[in-house]
Design a binder for this molecule. Structure first.
Ligand code: TRP
Length: 461
């Protein structure tokens, strides 16, 4: 089959829509909920720096690779890889990468829907004024009470999944455009309101210090893996989501420019969220390492102290929920596009089936926080922690590793040169070094450091 210039699933109306959509995918719970809490769990400063290095050196080249492959194939990641391997006579085993991506997408969406449900629940709680003038203890207790109630959690998870399925079913372009155009800018504004509160909370200096002071003691071999996993997660890499979106990118757009814009935007949101949340943590004597509940305790606490806090707090969680929806959509896109292509199925039907599967899997996550909180899959990992760990820290980096290698070595040079618009040898070499060496080697190094352990490595010196 010839490589077409359009995708059957529709096209972004401009490169800006691609940037918006990919940023919508990238900016989500990963930035606002996850980044602060895993930074807290991993001791701050050094972790943040490793994470930033991973975004720049590994994330950006791999995102370029994904978009380039996607645009070249113009189909779902599975069929794109299938077509490209056949066309260029490469081993069919490359296609396994996109199958792993589909699986990772299911796993991630299963718990993503649950946490996004928490955000929906907090829209209601904030709007009721529950947290007006509340103390830190009250905010923590309210969260714990919520976690203890699986029915409540399933209810909100179901609501979130239903919304996602509805939007996905309507089609990427139609469903997404409106949501992203309006909600992303609003999210920025409210994040900065929260940041302003953080700056005045009395804990700002301590918050900044926690996030940026380089303290090696807190770094373990695993911190590297978690930082890298987070870089993949927050940029939506390694499972084909960005590849799927790349398939709808007009041929004239510059991939590199788009990718850099997306990565910068995503990083700014994560850092802003951290800078908003940690001052509140320190000003109120909370624990930075308290885990998944961090955002759900600090943010209500802060808005509870502000004038019109109930209103703005509710709006904040509405925006977080929207950021989560625009991300959830991209988690379904690779599997969805594939099923539509293979079975000529209706998008809406496929969307419902995918939604049901992820919803069912998500029940495991719901129960991890209450009934099954002492059921461990391995070590001290609950079902939620296990699914999260394996998908984010292992499957995504592994997927990204092979995607980068495929783009750098399996695709003919002419394809890459024309897709990336590389003018001259210098740029060709730069791409080869970043995509073919730095990014895959970065992933590999992190895997090795994790397996051997940083302490063993330190002992060698
Ligand atoms: N990047 C999103 C976030 O930070 C989550 C996400 C959306 C994702 N699509 C993805 C993560 C694909 C990994 C792969 O919330």
């Amino acid at each position: 089959m010839a490589n077409s210039s359009e995708s059957r699933h529709g096209m972004w109306s401009s490169r800006w829509l691609f940037v918006l959509a990919a940023s919508g995918s990238a900016v989500g719970l990963g930035n606002i909920w996850k980044f602060p809490y895993i930074t807290g769990e991993n001791g701050g400063g050094a972790f943040v720096l490793i994470y930033l290095a991973c975004v720049a050196l590994v994330g950006v080249p791999i995102m370029i690779a994904e978009v380039l492959i996607g645009r070249e194939g113009r189909q779902s990641p599975i069929n794109t890889m299938r077509m490209l391997t056949q066309q260029h006579r490469r081993k069919p085993a490359w296609v396994l990468v996109s199958w792993m991506g589909v699986l990772a997408g299911f796993l991630i969406l299963s718990y993503y829907g649950v946490i996004a449900g928490w955000a929906l629940f907090y829209v209601m709680r904030m709007a009721e004024g529950t947290f007006n003038g509340a103390s830190a203890d009250f905010a923590s207790q309210a969260f714990n009470d919520f976690l203890a109630d699986p029915w409540q959690m399933v209810f909100w998870q179901t609501l979130f999944m239903a919304l996602t399925v509805y939007i996905v079913g309507r089609g990427v372009v139609k469903g997404l455009e409106t949501a992203i155009r309006w909600f992303m800018p609003m999210l920025f504004v409210l994040l900065f309101v929260l940041l302003g509160y953080g700056i005045n909370s009395g804990g700002f200096a301590q918050g900044v210090d926690f996030m940026f002071s380089f303290n090696w003691e807190s770094v373990t071999g695993e911190s590297f893996l978690i930082a890298m996993g987070q870089a993949f997660f927050t940029l939506s890499l390694g499972m084909g989501a960005i590849m799927a979106y790349g398939a709808y990118l007009p041929s004239s757009a510059s991939i590199t420019q788009c990718v850099v814009t997306i990565a910068v935007l995503d990083t700014v949101v994560a850092i802003a969220a951290g800078l908003a949340i940690f001052p509140i943590v320190f000003a109120n004597g909370l624990e930075p390492s308290q885990g998944p509940g961090l955002m759900f305790v600090t943010v209500p606490l802060a808005f509870g102290q502000l004038p019109f806090g109930a209103l703005f707090g509710a709006i904040f969680f509405v925006l977080v929920s929207f950021a989560a929806i625009t991300s959830a959509i991209s988690l379904t896109e690779p599997a969805l596009a594939y099923l539509v292509e293979e079975y000529n199925a209706k998008r809406s039907r496929v969307a419902i089936s995918l939604g049901v599967v992820c919803w069912l899997l998500g029940i495991g996550t719901v129960l991890s926080f209450n009934e099954w909180s002492d059921v461990f899959v391995v070590g001290d990992l609950t079902i939620f922690a296990f699914v999260d760990y394996v998908s984010q820290n292992i499957m995504l980096p592994l997927g990204g590793f092979f995607i980068a290698l495929f783009a750098a070595f399996a695709l003919p040079k002419a394809v890459v040169v024309s897709q990336l618009g590389l003018k001259g040898r210098v740029w060709e070499v730069t791409w080869k070094v970043l995509g073919g060496v730095v990014a895959p080697l970065g992933v590999l190094t992190v895997f090795i450091v994790t397996i051997i352990g940083i302490d063993t490595i330190k002992d060698w010196f």
